[in-house]
Every structure is written in C-alpha cells, then in structure tokens.
Design a binder for this molecule. Structure first.
Ligand SMILES: CNc1ncnc2c1ncn2[C@@H]1O[C@H](COP(=O)(O)O)[C@@H](O)[C@H]1O
Length: 333
C-alpha cells in the first residue's frame, strides 16, 4: 500500500517540534553567515538518525535550542512554511497544527504578532494548496493562570482567522492542572474546542488529575497512556477522539515495549475515533505515512482497515460539517 498517497488527517502536531532538521540547518546557516548566532549546527545538536529523546531530554531541546535558533520573524515564517510543505508532501489533506504563543522580546515580537504571523502563513498556504490547515493554541503546563487566560483570549481573538481550539501541553512532570479551570471554562463558553495531553506519564496520571482534565470537557485527548479502568470507561462513554502518537511514545520510552505493545491495540476495539498523529516529526523522525505503515505492520491491518482508520479521524476534527464532507469524499474507502 502506498501510505504516502493515502489521504491522511493529522490532528496532533506541535509546530516547533515538526520543523525538520534540514530546515533548522538552513536557518542556522543563514544566521551563521550573517554572524547572528553562536549556537551549534542543528545537525550536530540533533544528529541525523538520533530519535531517542526521552521526556527528560525532549523538553529542554526547545527551551535551550530550537527557540533560541528560531527567534525572529524571518525564521518563524520560514519554519512554518516548511512544516506546512512537509505535511502536504506526505499526503496530509487536513491538518490541525498547534503552537504555544511565544513572545520574542529581542525581535520585538509579541504573542499576538506570533499568532498572527503563523496564521498568515497558514492562510497563504490554504489559498494555494489542497491541504486545509487550522490552528490550535497551546497552554503550557508551566503557565500561570493569567498566561493561560491570555492564550484563550488570543484563540478568541483569532477564531475567525483559523484558530479552532486550545490545547494543554508541556512537560507532564510539571505543574498543577487544576489551576487552569477558568481558562478552559472560558474557552468552552466561547465555543472553542479543547484538546488535552492526557495521562502521558505516570506522574501526570493520578485519578485527581485525570478527572480534573475530563471536567474541562475536551473533545479530544492526546497520548492517553496510563489510564485507570474507571477513566477508560468514561472516555469510551463520551466517545472522545484519541490522538495516538506511536513513534513518539516508543522513542521517548513513554510505553513499555515496542510498537506492537502500543495502546493503539487496546483503544482500537473501543469505538473511540482515533487520529494517528506524529506529535513532533522533526524530533522523532517519523512522518504520518510512516506511522500508518508501522500500524499496518505491527497490528496486521489490511488495506480496508487502514482506510477505515484514516477515515475515522474525520469524525473528530475541529471543523465544520462541510469540511468533514469534503474529507469523506477524498479519503480512500
Ligand atoms: C511528548 N510529547 C509532548 N508532550 C507534551 N508537550 C509537548 C510534546 N511535544 C511537544 N510539546 C510542547 O510543544 C512545544 C513545542 O511546540 P510549540 O513551540 O508549541 O510550537 C514544546 O515546548 C512542548 O511544550
């Protein structure tokens, strides 16, 4: 089966984590030539073939390196366009990209400018391509309440310009998620969709945390690894959309075992819509077409089952019935 040609839906991709190493290298070369960076070459910092980032080494990669390199308007535009091109080249027909609004004071960029710039790239790309992209704004678990509310306010401000929802992401070892209640309540009240990183690591999977997150009424949840039985029952009862990221979970050792041990096998039987997703293709190196190939190989899915899986994700997109209909016509049966 040609997994690249298979029309696919990607619902869990972090913008900064989706930038290819080649793209980071190009940015670095340009800055180096202009004497604007003392950072190490991305191809040395993140060597080709190295994907074994775990949760301890993964998050600092952004705060210490990728954000330091992509720190002006030119690099934000260049990397966003490159990410969009990469998803389209991989056969993605509908993309929900997510990003954490980031102010870059050294370049005079506010969070508002950041979101506006990413949306401009998306809107230009949408106008000239068959792939449709929407944006989700992420709250980071490290945020305080005012910062989280600011993310929701930006999502409200830009909702008619391509923002469809808000996300909760970031290092699962950090933060108390119960403080975000006002932010998610406001998002819900304004009819924004909600997706949440859910039970990613044992320390972020206490009953208290998971029931608190479910009380925010997410339409989808991501990763969904360390889930106790009563919470599983509730997820199935609500038929929540599940964003499952196979290679990320294996490379980062977030699951025990390997591909064939992934909880995709368990959730598959539950009737919850599943969107196979890449999470951070720039870091973990597995495109969405490769994720489908891995699922087919390790769970023995035939062509019809793969097409059904790809089609199933349509039900859980944060978009209109018209867009769902467009996708139902182009995703293979
Ligand atoms: C293991 N998977 C994950 N779990 C939790 N948060 C993740 C993540 N992968 C990425 N991020 C979040 O997304 C940011 C980078 O993209 P943006 O700058 O927002 O575009 C990271 O800093 C992290 O907060």
């Amino acid at each position: 089966m040609d997994f690249r040609a298979l029309p696919k839906i990607e619902l869990h991709a972090h913008l900064s984590g989706s930038i290819s190493r080649e793209c980071l290298h190009e940015i670095w070369l340009q800055k180096k030539e202009r004497g604007e960076t003392s950072l190490e070459d991305p191809l040395v910092e993140m060597p080709a073939g190295k994907f074994d980032y775990d949760l301890d080494t993964f998050f600092p990669l952004f705060s210490r390196y990728i954000y330091a390199l992509c720190n002006d308007l030119t690099s934000l535009i260049y990397t966003t366009n490159s990410v969009l091109e990469d998803f389209q080249a991989d056969g993605v027909v509908y993309l929900e990209l997510r990003t954490t609004p980031r102010a870059i004071p050294s370049a005079n960029i506010t969070k508002d400018d950041y979101v506006q710039t990413v949306l401009d790239c998306i809107s230009n790309f949408n106008a000239s391509s068959s792939m449709k992209t929407n944006l989700i704004l992420s709250i980071d678990r490290r945020n305080d309440v005012p910062t989280a509310l600011q993310v929701v306010d930006l999502a409200i401000k830009f909702r008619d310009h391509g923002v469809v929802g808000v996300d909760l992401c970031g290092d699962p070892a950090v933060g108390d998620v119960s403080i975000f209640q006002p932010a998610f309540a406001k998002a819900k009240q304004k009819n924004l969709k909600i997706t949440i990183h859910f039970a990613e690591a044992p320390q972020s999977s206490t009953a208290k945390e998971l029931w608190t997150l479910l009380s925010y009424n997410p339409g989808r949840i991501g990763h969904v690894i360390h889930v106790p039985d009563d919470v599983k029952e509730e997820i199935i009862r609500r038929k929540l959309g599940l964003e499952l990221c196979l290679s990320c979970n294996v490379h980062a050792k977030m699951i025990t075992g390997t591909y064939s041990d992934h909880h995709f096998g368990w959730w598959r039987e539950t009737g919850c819509p599943i969107a196979l997703s890449t999470d951070d293709v720039g870091v973990f190196g597995s495109t969405l077409s490769n994720e489908y190939a891995l699922i087919a190989e390790h769970f023995n899915l035939d062509r019809k089952e793969i097409c059904d899986l790809a089609r199933g994700a349509i039900d859980t997109i944060f978009e209109s019935e018209d867009e769902k209909q467009r996708l139902r016509e182009i995703v293979w049966k």
